[in-house]
Write a protein that binds this ligand. Structure first.
Ligand SMILES: Cc1ncc(C[n+]2csc(CCOP(=O)(O)OP(=O)(O)O)c2C)c(N)n1
Ligand SMILES: [Mg+2]
Length: 374
């Protein structure tokens, strides 16, 4: 029985891999292995993308290492390509687990011709129309009011889709978050709000940005249940998110899930974390010891189905190859032509944009002829 507002995060598997609450029969070794592989693939994706960043091939990246159980668990709790997702900038693991092609994701990070947004977004801000995965939001909590609106539309149209809206702990201190939560609550809209509480908003810790005892109790103010789950226990995340999604889909109105997790890497490449200027090495080490992937490995070991060292190494090598191949294939498609910045918004370009296009053309032609002379 999954209840909202539990005093401690709901958990099925302890940090040492021991089962503390009986696992539903659906968690076969095959499923657990598949979840492990999905999480490890995302972890290695992070490692490879950080390398690309350091090579100067992309300019922004926000890793989700340490938060894989939260994002993969959520992905497995909703209907892929059916429900609508309004994500935030740390959600590439959610995207990958939902089936957004890695090639598209990498192309977006590189801004090549194979990027569906063709370089017109900040790197690492992907979208997938096919997956109903709305363009990643960087302006904190700005996705929350439109997500509430998306859920309201689903309610009025009588579809069986739901809207899923994710955000960090820091986002819950923003005005937009409260406006969206309030609207969804008042409208009884089918929105599943998921807080990826990694306990830091860049260099501001949870205590520094809210006096609220927890995030999930904030749901009470908006007339919805708030579930509290161990975000590093993938079974718990799947069970709680599935329960909350079912509740929302059944027409009971919105729900909030708070996943308690930790960002073990830096906030983004614009972060002084390497110097440990705002959190201690001990704190990071403590959470490194609660690694969600290792926890699942310990569970599998306890079930007599260990992930072998060779299997692990092979999966890592395969992911690295996969990333390398996509990077080369994306780069081979070239950079988008400058003209595309004027395309895809207006069918007839307004006069001020026509003027800007003409000005840019002469600048580009001037640069090209100078380049030819040099
Ligand atoms: C409206 C707005 N204010 C400030 C920022 C700068 N900023 C970028 S990320 C971030 C922290 C957000 O923390 P949290 O919501 O906990 O998400 P996390 O990065 O920890 O996953 C801030 C303040 C921003 N992007 N948008
Ligand atoms: Mg945070």
């Amino acid at each position: 029985m999954i209840e909202p507002h539990t005093p401690a995060p709901i958990r099925y598997v302890a940090e040492d891999g021991q089962v503390v609450q009986e696992l539903p029969a659906t968690y076969t070794p095959e499923l657990l292995r598949d979840l492990h592989h999905t999480m490890l693939r995302a972890r290695e994706f992070d490692r490879k993308l950080i390398t690309l960043l350091r090579q100067g091939r992309t300019t922004f990246y926000a890793q989700s290492s340490g938060m894989e159980a939260t994002q993969v668990g959520l992905a497995r709790s909703i209907r892929t390509g059916h429900d609508w997702v309004w994500p935030y900038y740390r959600d590439h693991t959610l995207g990958l687990a939902l089936g957004v092609p890695m090639f598209e994701l990498i192309s977006q990070c590189l801004g090549t011709n194979s990027d569906p947004s063709r370089g017109r977004q900040m790197p690492h801000h992907f979208a997938s129309a096919r997956m109903n995965f709305v363009s990643v939001s960087s302006s904190i909590a700005s996705q929350v009011p439109p997500a509430a609106g998306s859920a309201m539309a689903q309610k009025y149209l009588g579809t069986d889709e739901i809207t899923v809206c994710t955000f960090g702990d820091g986002a819950t201190s923003e005005g937009d978050w409260h406006a969206g939560m309030n609207m969804a609550g008042a409208a009884g809209a089918p929105c599943l709000f998921v807080c990826e509480n990694n306990q830091w908003a860049i260099s501001t810790n949870l205590r520094g940005q809210t006096a609220s005892e927890t995030i999930h109790i904030k749901a009470k103010a908006y007339g919805m249940p708030g579930f509290y789950v161990d975000g590093n226990d993938i079974v718990a995340v799947m069970e709680v998110c599935t329960h909350a999604a079912d509740y929302v889909r059944a027409g009971n109105g919105p729900a909030l899930v708070e996943c308690l997790t930790y960002r073990v890497g830096s906030h983004s490449n614009a972060d002084a974390d390497a110097e440990k200027s705002y959190r201690t090495r001990d704190e990071v080490d403590e959470w490194l010891g609660r690694d969600p992937i290792v926890r699942l490995e310990k569970l599998l070991e306890g079930l007599g189905q260990p992930i072998g060292a060779e299997e692990r190494a092979d999966l890592i090598a395969r992911t690295h190859r996969e990333v390398d191949e996509h990077v080369l294939a994306a780069e081979a498609t070239g950079s988008p032509d400058w003209r595309i910045i004027f395309e895809d918004v207006y069918s007839d370009l307004p006069s001020h944009l026509r003027d800007q296009a003409a000005a840019l053309r002469s600048e580009m032609e001037g640069a090209a002829s100078q380049g030819a002379r040099a």
